[in-house]
Ligand binder design. Structure first.
Ligand code: 5GP
Length: 115
């Protein structure tokens, strides 16, 4: 099974994932290879490969993804200490899984700029 199919299963609520938040159109679950004490991925239930595939009609969906990120940060106790939200897009952006996902990373000071 491809990683995209694994994410699609998780998006349908059928996959094997550590889900920390769900709403009508998005699911948030822990990254299998965390880069920080908190590393959660927010994905849409609908299969969208990359940020480039979004249209102006997807504004509400993006809002729901960032609302989920805020709620994850609150539940994980990093709302005050701070965190980073990241969409990796395409090969140069370091995207490995072509099911749109918003990384929520925190729980330690993060360096800038990224590599
Ligand atoms: P990308 O590089 O595409 O922005 O990020 C993909 C992320 O998905 C990586 O951080 C990777 O650790 C995570 N990942 C890959 N396969 C799985 C999986 O099967 N389950 C979970 N929970 N995370 C995964």
């Amino acid at each position: 099974m491809s990683i995209e199919e694994i994410f699609a299963q998780i998006a349908r609520g059928e996959g094997d994932a550590d889900v920390v938040y769900e709403s009508e159109n998005v699911v948030a679950f822990r990254d299998i290879n965390p880069q920080a004490p908190v590393h959660v991925l927010v994905i849409p239930r609908r299969q969208i490969p990359t940020l480039q595939d979004l249209t102006p009609e997807d504004g509400d969906l993006l809002g729901e993804m960032f609302t989920a990120a805020r709620e994850v940060a609150r539940r994980e106790g990093i709302a005050e200490s701070g965190y980073r939200t990241i969409f990796n897009c395409g090969p140069d952006g370091g995207q490995e899984v072509y099911h749109l996902h918003l990384h929520v990373v925190g729980g330690r000071p993060l360096k800038w700029p990224p590599g």
